[in-house]
Design a protein around this ligand. Structure first.
Ligand code: NDP
Length: 503
């Protein structure tokens, strides 16, 4: 059971293997979204701390034990990390419930699943292989080395802080990089607990994983801009992602961006209706709609529209709102006050645009299981894809229902959007499933399921939903670069003023 009695727990941050306050001595509060009360104090890091952390990561990358650690030994440390997470999964899940208001039932499942990333990438660490190239020159021996890119900066959001850190950290460590992590100002506590219970106990040398807590503009920007950072892996909103990309470009960093979405969940009349209703509910109301992959546009074939909406509303209205620390709760609070205001303003926008609210449509009061920052599961029908409520990411429990006639129209609506993160398709036709999977412009397409992720499956966005992929074998590529080595075993000579080519 979550202990809410502690008064303002104080955290230090973790840089170069040591616990430390911010150099300025400043701190900021983090809030429990369920009670609305502050529960912990965190170091408010700024450029000074970022410089110290990046220098530590740079030293850790260039000198000391980490660059001398063999790939197999890196894999062993990662398996140790996985075991430590297994030991502390419950506690780490509870800290996230306190800090971001996510349901305990989801969080414990998430933290129990996280070790798989470290087992998987730990296993890949010693399978990073270069190549010998039979180059088109006599007497040459050429090979390609695969080397870690260097110091990586991770900037993470508040909605799944540890999971989204894991997606970056596991491939980065497997590749041999060192990292500095800037978590969201709203949800930094679980990362600091992870540093204490897992990283500090794992056998990783000092400087390999460092944390700077603080605000995006004050700690995030100098980290992204730091000349000794080689790669930035960012998860967050598209506007921030664009800013991060712009800053990183100035010093030619490698960048991966996992950004927002406005994913279509497309239901055909040949689907198993009850499965699709359940998929539509979990697509938008799980995690209070605060997921980048929320199925926030429900596209319904017109032949089943009314019947489907009736069942959908019937199921959604049974959602039990309440304390996210209780296993029976199904919808928790919104994580941050600005996000709460943003969701309410989109509900007003939808009404103003003429969409019809058939469920919810506002804040949930105490007697409805609500309290601080609760929004009722909300469904709008009569939405056209050109409305703002269909085009803009709400990041909350607000569903837009849009009608379509046939496959072509479903595709047109699905792809008529700036984003391209995920999509769901509900059909029993194999042919239609494959056709839709090919025609939808999104990084992930789920057929007769929704919101499934795995360490084995690449994850990322088309279009404004991002750059690069996390998870799966290809994620490790983002933390590696190639070096071409040429060895001439034959005679020298030739015209020194002319580039050497084969002919
Ligand atoms: P933000 O974009 O506001 O913030 C993300 C991170 O960036 C935070 O750590 C934030 O710090 C930091 N940040 C803010 N400004 C800057 C800056 N100028 N320079 C460097 N860092 C900065 O997103 P949210 O935290 O609000 O998360 C919600 C968003 O994330 C949604 O739009 C959602 O779609 C997206 N998201 C995408 C996912 C994906 O995989 N595609 C997964 C999860 C979320 P601070 O908190 O201090 O502002």
């Amino acid at each position: 059971m979550l202990d809410r009695t502690t008064q303002l727990k104080s955290y230090q941050t973790y840089i170069d293997g040591r616990w430390t306050d911010a150099a300025s001595g400043k701190t900021f509060q983090t809030f429990d979204p369920y009670t609305g009360q502050p529960w912990a104090l965190l170091p408010e890091c700024d450029k000074v701390d970022v410089d110290i952390a990046v220098e530590a990561a740079f030293r850790g990358f260039e000198n000391g034990p980490w660059p001398k650690t063999t790939a197999s030994a890196r894999g062993k440390i990662m398996r140790r990390i996985a075991q430590l997470i297994e030991q502390h999964a419950e506690h780490l899940g509870q800290v996230e419930v306190r800090d971001n208001g996510k349901l305990i039932s989801e969080m414990v499942a998430q933290t129990k699943y996280m070790p798989e990333w470290f087992y998987y990438y730990g296993g890949l660490a010693d399978k990073i292989q270069g190549a010998v190239v039979a180059v088109d020159r006599p007497d040459h021996f050429n090979y390609i080395l695969r080397e870690p890119v260097g110091v990586c900066a991770f900037i993470t959001p508040w909605n799944s802080p540890l999971m989204l850190t894991t997606w970056k950290l596991a491939p980065a460590l497997a590749a041999g990089c060192t990292v500095v992590i800037k978590p969201s100002e709203y949800t930094s506590a679980s990362l600091l607990e992870f540093m204490k219970l897992v990283i500090a106990e794992s056998g990783l040398p000092p400087g390999v994983v460092n944390v700077v807590t603080g605000y995006g503009a004050v700690a995030g920007e100098p980290l992204v801009a730091h000349p000794k950072v080689a790669k930035v892996a960012f998860t967050g909103g598209s506007a921030t992602g664009a800013r991060v990309n712009e800053l990183a470009a100035k010093t030619f960093k490698k960048v991966s961006l996992e950004l927002g979405g406005k994913s279509p969940n497309i239901v055909f009349d040949d689907c198993i209706i009850d499965d699709a209703v359940s998929g539509a509910v979990s697509g938008i109301f799980a995690a209070t709609g605060q997921t980048c992959i929320a199925g926030s546009r429900l596209l319904l074939q017109e032949t089943i529209h009314d019947q489907f909406v009736e069942k959908l509303v019937g199921m959604a209205k049974t959602a039990k709102l309440g304390d996210p620390a209780l296993t029976e709760t199904q919808v928790g609070p919104v994580t941050t006050p600005p996000q709460y205001q943003k969701i309410l303003s989109y509900i007003d926008i939808a009404r103003g645009e003429g969409a019809k609210c058939v469920l919810g449509g506002g804040a949930a009061q105490k007697e409805e299981g609500g309290g601080q920052y609760f929004i009722k599961p909300t469904i709008f029908t009569g939405v056209s894809n050109r409305m703002r409520i269909a085009q803009e990411e709400v990041f909350g429990p607000v569903l837009s229902v849009i009608k379509f006639k046939d496959e072509d129209e479903a595709i047109e609506i699905a792809n008529d959007i700036a984003y391209g993160l995920g999509a769901g398709v509900w059909t029993q036709s194999l042919k239609r499933a494959h056709t839709m999977a090919r025609r939808i412009k999104a990084g992930t397409v789920w057929i007769n399921t929704y919101r499934a992720v795995s360490f084995m499956m690449p994850f990322g966005g088309y279009k404004a939903s991002g750059l690069g992929r996390e998870n799966g074998v290809e994620a490790i590529e983002g933390y590696l670069q190639s070096k071409s080595v040429w060895i001439n075993n034959g005679p020298g000579g030739g015209n020194p003023f002319v580039m050497k080519t084969a002919s």
